[in-house]
Design a protein around this ligand. Structure first.
Ligand SMILES: [Zn+2]
Length: 696
């Protein structure tokens, strides 16, 4: 499907109606200085009935959440300036959480009550509260020391900007031994500082696997057949600030019934980005931890999940440092993303899950819509080559918790996310989980429910979804397998160097992975396909400029009245476009219905843009039949309008792909003895005997 699905909800009169009172100061100060007339950060639902509205919203520099649907996006408003920006764009919104400070305090109370009432939660670890950064590091170290042959800890190569180590664990049978060519499953948490459940899920899954290893057959088998790498907190600086600032002190209690009215600002509790304080420059270690809070904690920093190289610099990633989705000075400019790049480039990661909050979604590549054309490519992005398989796995995982499985771009366009880079550069499958229905870090019992499943999903939940992802990681039909003979103890190396397309150019990528041949002189190596998805065949559709049929009407419609026109779609076409035009400054709206056999009408599209924008409805693959085009005059005088309906056909074509190879070398005592180019497809098992490697 090359064109965006553009069905819309009626959204007449979608102008700002939220109260704009009491917004006197921009920015937040220290907790004690807060006053009642100060703006309190709030979570709002912005009406975005059209793609144009979503695109407009993305230009305002606001803090968009991942909670969005066809006709809305939830946004954190941190300052009165944010409110003014929204009002200035004439986008309507409803306030959902009017005071995130108060909500943070409520959650803290709920968390304290749950922890006090709970000896051990049903989570694998039994935890009853959110971990701090120290807790994560201690828990990982404890897991490794209790299971030295099954778990090992590691620090990623680059410390954070503030000088903190970024730690992870690797789980597998004989994990401290040589790499035996098993497929790697990667689980990531906390790209975005405030998304605490994303780290909890990653950590609990690690504990789950270790705890059940040796007793649960399914888990034991999966662990024996893979290496599981877990980095629960990637954005260590941001998370540490968010988590610490999130522990609000209720000044009313401290004041013992006195006059204090404030709970403390959330400071960085809703921080999203990393600790880049000055764009393109490093600052001394520890500076960020001591830095005063920026408004809402989001002004400075790089959005780590817009900083990866895959189509970096494209739509849905800002080039403005202060913006919440700032992409960074260059692709992989940040130590956090560089770490993940090196990790994935050095292992055969066949499946990865990257956890976020919130929105009950399982997102798959690509992040940008298929009809968009990166200038580095010159042709539309199209769907990923593996769309059918990516969708099938996404659907299966989403079903475990009632989440929605969709393309990432269906939320809104993004570029520079981890899986857009990893999938297009390595072919390994990657998914974003947006955990939970409605908050970045809800009361802790919600984390328990999302992980284990609750209600009709009890016993499933994200735990089961993660196990399904791990099953995919080890399933040889979803990746490639090299097998054959080679000298016992020799090192096999697979290498590839290539240009990864960014939006406007490219970056150089190198994959370099090794395994050690076992004592029997045979090897089996689970690897990703040699040809990258980004260079494979691409199906694209192109609409010719001329309609195959067209009809126009003119008329006038009195205020609060509507006028209907009928239009017949009498052939199979790819697109029905309906345009409504009139002289400015008046405003009309358009609704489109399909006539059912019994004469009743089913709405199939609408367009309710604000003043100065004309109305347009696009219907993809419209069913044959009679359509009713309704011109609505909501509040204008009586303008003359022109209504046009046009049918278009699109030409499908295939842009032929390339074939790429791995370079396989066999090394003995550091010397390369044999080099073989290897072409291997997804699902293919290829035998490559490296017996010459044993001869000098
Ligand atoms: Zn996120």
């Amino acid at each position: 499907m090359m064109l965006r699905s553009l069905s819309r909800r009626s959204a007449l009169c979608a102008v700002g109606t939220a109260a704009l009172v009491g917004l006197t100061t921009a920015g937040l100060t220290t907790p004690a200085a807060a006053e009642s007339d100060e703006f309190r950060p709030q979570l709002v639902t912005v009406d975005t009935p059209t793609d144009a509205d979503k695109a407009l919203l993305q230009t305002l520099g606001l803090d968009l959440t991942e909670h969005a649907g066809q006709d809305y996006v939830e946004v954190v408003l941190h300052t009165a300036d944010d409110v003014a920006a929204l009002a200035g764009a004439d986008l309507g919104y409803d306030v959902r959480i009017p005071d995130l400070v108060a909500r943070e305090a409520e959650n803290n109370q709920a968390n304290a009550a749950y922890a006090a009432a709970t000896v051990s939660s049903p989570l694998p670890s039994g935890r009853d509260s959110y971990r701090t950064l120290d807790d994560y590091n201690a828990d990982m170290a404890a897991l490794a020391s209790a299971h030295p042959d099954l778990v090992k800890t590691f620090s990623l190569p680059h410390p954070s900007l503030d000088g903190k180590p970024i730690n992870g664990i690797e789980i597998g049978q004989h994990v401290t031994g040589a790499d035996a060519g098993l497929p790697v499953f990667l689980m990531l948490g906390v790209h975005h500082a405030r998304e605490w459940p994303s780290g909890e899920h990653a950590m609990e899954f690690a504990v789950d696997l270790v705890k059940n290893y040796g007793t649960d057959r399914r888990i034991t088998d999966l662990v024996n057949r893979s290496r599981i790498v877990v980095v629960p907190v990637l954005n260590v600086d941001g998370f540490d600030k968010s988590r610490t600032d999130g522990e609000l002190i209720d000044l009313r209690e401290a004041d013992n019934g006195g006059t204090a009215t404030i709970l403390g600002t959330p400071g960085n509790a809703y921080m999203r980005k990393n600790c880049r304080l000055i764009d393109g420059q490093d600052t001394p270690d520890g500076t960020c931890a001591l830095a005063a809070t920026s408004p809402g904690g989001y002004g400075v920093g790089v959005d780590l999940n817009r900083n990866y190289g895959g189509f970096w610099g494209g739509p849905g990633a800002s080039d403005v440092f202060a913006d919440p989705t700032y992409r960074g000075a260059a692709a992989f400019s940040e130590p956090e993303t560089q770490n993940i790049r090196e990790l994935i480039s050095g292992r055969q990661v066949t499946t990865l899950i990257t956890n976020h909050t919130f929105s009950n979604l399982v997102l798959r590549p690509n992040g940008a819509a298929p009809d968009l054309v990166p200038s580095s490519q010159g042709i539309p992005l199209g769907d990923p080559f593996d769309e059918a398989a990516l969708k099938a796995l996404g659907d299966e995982m989403a079903a475990q918790n009632g989440y929605t499985s969709q393309h990432a771009w269906e939320l809104y366009d993004t570029t520079g996310s981890v899986e857009d880079w990893s999938y297009n550069a390595t072919g390994g499958f990657g998914y974003t989980f947006e955990i939970g229905p409605d908050e970045f870090h809800p009361p802790f019992p919600k984390v328990v429910d999302e992980y284990l499943g609750a209600g009709q999903y009890a016993g499933k939940g994200n735990r089961e979804a993660f196990l399904i992802a791990l099953e995919n990681a080890v399933d040889p039909t979803t990746h490639s397998v090299l097998t054959g003979k080679a000298p016992a103890g020799s090192t096999l190396r697979l290498r590839k160097t290539f240009a990864t397309p960014t939006w406007d150019g490219s970056i150089q990528d190198s994959l370099d992975t090794t395994m050690t041949v076992g004592s029997n002189g045979r090897y089996t190596w689970h690897v990703n396909p040699s040809t990258r998805p980004v260079v494979m065949d691409r199906q694209i559709e192109t609409i010719s400029g001329d309609p195959v049929a067209e009809q126009s009407w003119t008329g006038t419609t009195a205020p609060l009245q509507s006028t209907d026109q009928e239009f017949a779609v009498d052939q199979d076409v790819d697109l029905l476009e309906i345009n409504l035009d009139w002289p400015t400054p008046d405003d009309l709206d358009l609704e489109v219905y399909r006539k059912n056999a019994d004469g009743s009408l089913a709405q199939v599209g609408s367009s309710g843009n604000s003043v100065n924008e004309k109305e347009r409805v696009l219907l993809q693959d419209p069913a044959q039949g009679t359509y009713v085009l309704r011109v609505i005059n909501f509040a204008s005088v009586t303008p003359n309008w022109t209504l046009t309906a046009a049918l278009f056909n699109a030409d499908a074509s295939t842009v032929p792909g390339l074939v790429e190879n791995w370079t396989l070398t066999c090394e003995v005592a550091g010397q390369v003895h044999q080099t073989v180019p290897v072409v291997v497809d997804r699902g293919q098992q290829l035998r490559v005997d490296l017996t010459a490697c044993g001869r000098r």
